[in-house]
Design a binder for this molecule. Structure first.
Ligand code: FAD
Ligand code: SIN
Length: 520
């Protein structure tokens, strides 16, 4: 058993920022960060384009950033949240700079501001095309300097501990007391008891086989919160990034070609070489990414192709290479010289706009449970996230959660938490059950719950998911816990939320498109 004041689940930008702030403020209190892989592995590490922040008040303004966010969100954003997040950006950036993050500067020594789809002005603060890597580096460095932070890699959160688990609870309101956690190196399950728990466990990209997300993105936090009976919303709004590199040999996609490349002037062309985006939208390649992804999907259906192309051949190459060295190198390693060759690209699942419902302090409906970053649903993104608003949201909300903790005493009274009970379970030998069900789940989500959905496909999806659910639950009940089994179970829960909330949505908005609704 570990006892701590603050338990943070996840070591991406959301978890680390909160942990650093609260540990700096209260050096006599303990912060435990658990993370299921190595400490830096996260979606944050792979963020390319940057963070959208209004800095150039001559050309840009908070008002314009707010408007761009609202337009992308297609009428479903919470305007108060949008205003708060946009206006707080500059102050949160200052903190990141103090903690040692470096961002690119222009020839006058000011921060260089890039442009991305859906943004009316240049406002993307970046570190070449590896912005997330730099932010993660700086935050981890700062976290390691603070003695009251204990960072535990390879510790996998299995379930939140709530009233359901605790007998001598002294409150009728559902309260979170910490989490059951698998120490993956020792293969034991421990109880971590905390006064306050922050879910900062990231997104769900891996529920789809084709994704820009790393393998950690299995929606664990959302599934845990769902099982603990918190409200989860907007799960139908999966954002597909228009330009994941298409692997012509394997037919897989994953490496992201940043939206900032289109911001730099690249064109999208179909297999006939035609630049198609101006046919669909006045903003052409710089329309918001829900629109660009749907247009690509339409082009592929028209031509029967598997991918389209991103053309950079007309761009200022020395400047391109200086800004996007990682993308340039990755393409070369895949035998694509972008000075002469087009990059094959295809939309891939990239980001979840919904998640665990939180208020403007990051509070969930469970007492002492907070959520931040991609696992949370704040109302900022509405039906579609504006590019580079995600890192910004995590920075602002981790601060809001920190402020709430400074102003409120969250100490819980003494309770007894039972140890994890795995009596009667056996070590799973049938790994094929996990592999087979995972592949089936990913194929189901790709083919039935993709960019364009339909009533009949969604209905078929929920039926098939039921079979997978029953098989996985049976297997889970008989087996000793492993991380891959928990991840599969979590992804099944998340898929259920995505499909059932897609069925419940009766209006096409932003990233959600059901062709049967459009017909009505
Ligand atoms: P993450 O950074 O994903 O961190 C989640 C953490 O939780 C990880 O440490 C993970 O290991 C841990 N975890 C998960 N489950 C468990 C568990 N069961 N137990 C213990 N630990 C667990 N956004 C932008 O704003 N700008 C960009 O330029 C940008 N580019 C992107 C490029 C790519 C390729 C991708 C994939 C995303 C990009 N995004 C971008 C989105 C953005 O990176 C993420 O939304 C953001 O980093 C999420 O941060 P987070 O802290 O919420 O989650
Ligand atoms: C990108 O660089 O295209 C990703 C930006 C984002 O997801 O916000």
């Amino acid at each position: 058993m570990i006892n701590t004041n603050y338990l943070v689940i996840g070591s991406g930008i959301a978890g680390l920022t909160f942990a650093v702030k609260i540990a700096e403020k209260y050096p006599d209190r303990s912060v435990v960060i658990i993370t299921k892989s190595t400490e830096e592995e996260s979606n944050t590490k792979y963020a390319q384009g940057g963070v959208s922040i209004v800095l150039d008040h001559d050309k840009d303004s908070f008002k314009k950033h707010i408007e761009d966010t609202l337009i992308a969100g297609d009428g479903l954003c919470n305007e108060a949240v949008v205003e708060m997040v946009v206006k707080e950006g500059p102050a949160r950036l200052k903190e990141l700079l103090i903690w040692g993050a470096n961002f690119d500067k222009d020839s006058h020594g000011n921060l260089d501001l890039g442009k991305e789809g859906g943004h009316s002005e240049n406002r993307i603060v970046h570190h070449k095309d590896i912005t997330g890597y730099e932010i993660e580096r700086a935050l981890l460095e700062r976290a390691h300097q603070l003695e009251n932070i204990r960072l535990l890699p390879h510790f996998f959160a299995i379930d939140l501990i709530t009233n359901h688990h605790v007998k001598d609870k002294n409150t009728a309101t559902n309260t979170c007391y910490g989490a059951y956690v698998l120490d993956q190196k020792k293969n034991t399950i421990i109880t971590i008891k905390s006064d306050s728990t922050l879910l900062a466990s990231g997104g769900v990209g891996r529920v789809y086989g084709h994704t820009t997300n790393p393998i950690i993105a299995t929606g664990d936090g959302i599934a845990m919160a769902y099982r603990a009976k918190t409200k989860i919303s907007d799960m139908e709004f999966i954002q597909f990034h228009p330009t994941a590199m298409y692997d012509v040999r394997g037919g897989r996609s994953s490496f992201l070609i940043s939206e900032a490349v289109r911001g730099f002037g690249a064109y999208l062309r179909n297999e006939k070489g035609h630049r198609f985006m101006p046919d669909y939208d006045d903003r052409a390649e710089l329309a918001s990414r829900d629109i660009v992804s749907q247009c690509i999907d339409n082009e592929l259906k028209k031509t029967g192709g598997t991918h389209v192309f991103l053309d950079c051949t007309h761009l200022d190459m020395p400047a391109f290479i200086a800004h996007f060295p990682n993308i340039y190198k990755h393409c070369l390693e895949n035998h694509i010289n972008i000075e002469t060759d087009f990059i094959p690209v295809v939309p891939a699942s990239h980001y979840l706009c919904g998640g665990v419902d939180v208020d403007m302090h990051g509070k969930t409906s469970i007492t002492n449970l907070f959520a931040c970053g991609e696992c949370s649903r704040t109302g900022l993104h509405g039906a579609n996230r504006l590019a580079s608003n995600s890192l910004l949201e995590a920075m602002v909300y981790s601060h809001e959660i920190y402020k709430y903790h400074c102003n409120n005493d969250l100490t819980t009274q003494a309770i007894t938490i039972p140890n994890w009970n795995d009596e009667g379970t056996i070590i799973p030998e049938e790994h094929i059950v996990i592999k087979h069900n995972l592949e089936e789940l990913q194929a189901l989500m790709r083919d039935y719950v993709g960019i364009v959905r339909s009533d009949s496909r969604l209905k078929a999806a929920i039926k098939r998911l039921d079979l997978i659910y029953n098989e996985v639950e049976d297997f889970y009940k008989q087996s000793k816990i492993t991380a891959s089994l928990c991840e599969l179970r979590n992804m099944v829960n998340v898929a259920h939320l995505i499909i059932s909330q897609s069925i419940a949505r009766k209006e096409n908005k932003g990233g959600f498109y059901n062709k049967d609704i459009a017909k009505n």
